[in-house]
Design a protein around this ligand. Structure first.
Ligand SMILES: NC(=O)c1ccc[n+]([C@@H]2O[C@H](COP(=O)([O-])OP(=O)(O)OC[C@H]3O[C@@H](n4cnc5c(N)ncnc54)[C@H](O)[C@@H]3O)[C@@H](O)[C@H]2O)c1
Length: 491
């Protein structure tokens, strides 16, 4: 990190002179390059070289490399390609690279036709980092999970940076998009790039003497898988660079595909922005999860309450209760900040409390299943239970951190005979935290199960038919809204 220890011995993030205090300057599209302090930009990079690169970006002639052809990187590669850029996708998984080069997709919501269309526009994939030398910009979209101690696992980021560093070239723009704690770009990525490159290139900083350098920025990914209500290009893109010249490059790069770019004063601000967004979701979901439990005891339908509250035209945003958090973001990202906060002798109590409430939700669902079966004079042990939906949310093929996995494991531990149905997963083996080794069960003979548990409310399910056939339905998503039946336990 560009920073040091203050009098109290705590690490602080250093504000670079002239970078902060941009006032209301948030919409990159409305501010010409001339708004910058030219003297400091000319320090870090020859102005004509900078202008030439910006020009290539605006003309869509810049060559873009994207590392990590996963849920984030592949759609981003297709977006750049759609806008006329020549894109190269980098990944360590040979299977993914070969599939892409055959014009195939491995993500359900991405059609193979989109990959083939991108190929005709020049898109290809590779495992060879040496090809990075031919790129004007490299965007890193690799995983940032937690390790077994619930601490940030930056090994994918460091692995990527170490593999990339020997191949970087002067004046290249490198952008980290992986969600992470404030300080990662400057504390972890910058030193590794500087130490690992073969030409002695330094990261561009304001006020630094001119010459060849590397441009390093952070720009958080804000994709919402399965949400088709907003086009990716309409989601404003936040970017913070290690220098003002870098920020200008980042704005030119993203400004050519996103309708609005929001420049911020440093990579740390951009990193923290993403965490604020996700922590806001995590805390509010925990709040409604807790209130749902109270409302159930009081005989009040929390969903009816939320619908009514939503009519307030200001000061309220609706969040919905569920069986627990899932996905690669909301259950994980807040802990990146609480881990980092310890370095500053600070406890992030909201994050911890929200984590406690949300983590307990699958256990609450198990209690509700037990109570529902009890009404039928049955124990969990020996009951046949069908879990509907493995994905962590509706209509997607991603089961990372899905509460379904925990619920299935807890049911098995209690002696239930568990089957699942999910149109997106023909089978499920083992992951970082689970070993289910199950195959998809057809949606048949629902009456033969002691309980059907709706964990993911995929839109392809016919909920009225499910309720009609099942003996007992535990609905954790309000998927049976509007269906009246004594068989339903809504929780
Ligand atoms: N999935 C989302 O909805 C979402 C939304 C916002 C932000 N994010 C963030 O974006 C980042 C990427 O998430 P994702 O969901 O795309 O992950 P993913 O697991 O789907 O994809 C990551 C890809 O990176 C590849 N990879 C790993 N190490 C590599 C290396 N050293 N070199 C090259 N490739 C490597 C993997 O093989 C994989 O294909 C994470 O930080 C995540 O928190 C994800």
């Amino acid at each position: 990190m560009a920073g040091g220890k203050d009098a109290a011995g705590y690490l602080r993030i250093q504000r670079r002179p002239g970078v902060g205090g941009m006032g209301g300057w948030v919409d990159g599209t409305r501010h010409p390059a001339g708004s910058y302090n030219r003297a400091s930009m000319d320090d870090v990079m020859d102005r004509s070289a900078l202008d030439a690169l910006i020009d290539r970006m605006r003309r869509r002639e810049a060559r873009i490399g994207i590392v990590g052809m996963g849920y984030v990187g592949l759609p981003l590669a297709l977006l750049f390609s759609e806008q006329g850029f020549a894109v190269t996708g980098f990944d360590i998984e040979t299977g993914k690279v070969e599939a892409l080069n055959r014009g195939e997709s491995y993500i359900v919501r991405i059609d193979a036709a989109e990959i083939r269309k991108a190929q005709t526009a020049g898109f290809r994939a590779t495992t060879d980092y040496a090809e990075a030398a031919g790129m004007d910009a490299m965007i890193l979209c690799v995983p940032t999970p937690l390790n077994e101690y619930h601490e940030p696992d930056l090994s994918y980021v460091t692995g990527t940076v170490d593999a990339l560093a020997p191949h970087v070239v002067p004046n290249q723009l490198i952008v980290l998009e992986s969600t992470t704690y404030p300080g990662t770009t400057e504390e972890v990525v910058a030193p590794r790039l500087e130490a690992g490159n073969r030409r002695g290139l330094r990261i561009a900083r304001d006020g630094q003497a001119g010459g060849n350098c590397l441009h390093l920025a952070f720009s958080p990914e804000r994709e919402d898988p399965g949400n088709d209500t907003i086009a990716r290009a309409d989601i404003p893109k936040v970017v913070g660079g290690c220098s003002m010249a870098t920020r200008e490059l980042g704005m030119a790069l993203y400004g050519s595909i996103f309708h609005r770019v929001v420049p911020v004063s440093s990579p740390a601000v951009a990193e923290m922005t993403k965490l604020l967004e996700n922590i806001y979701r995590c805390v509010n979901i925990a709040l409604v999860n807790e209130l749902k439990q109270l409302a159930m005891r009081m005989g009040i339908d929390i969903h009816e309450v939320i619908e009514a509250a939503k009519t307030k035209p200001f000061g309220f945003q609706a969040f919905y209760p569920g069986p627990g958090l899932g996905g690669h973001c909301i259950p994980i990202d807040p802990f990146y900040l609480s881990w980092k906060a310890k370095q500053f002798d600070f406890r992030t109590r909201f994050i911890e409390l929200a984590g406690e409430v949300n983590t307990a939700m699958p256990y609450f669902v198990i209690d509700q299943i037990a109570a529902g079966l009890n009404e039928h004079a049955k124990p969990i042990k020996g009951s046949r239970i069908l879990v509907l939906g493995l994905a962590y949310k509706r209509d997607i093929d991603d089961l990372r951190e899905s509460p379904s996995l925990t619920i299935i494991e807890l049911l098995r531990q209690r002696g239930a005979e568990v089957a699942y149905n999910d149109p997106y997963f023909p089978q499920v083996g083992h992951g970082r935290h689970y070993a289910l080794n199950m195959t998809n069960t057809p949606l048949e003979n629902l009456g033969s199960y002691d309980a059907v548990v709706i964990v993911t409310d995929h839109s392809s399910y016919d909920y009225a038919a499910i309720v009609e056939q099942a003996q007992l339905v535990i609905d954790t998503r309000n998927a049976t809204k509007g269906i009246e039946s004594a068989k339903i336990v809504r929780c």
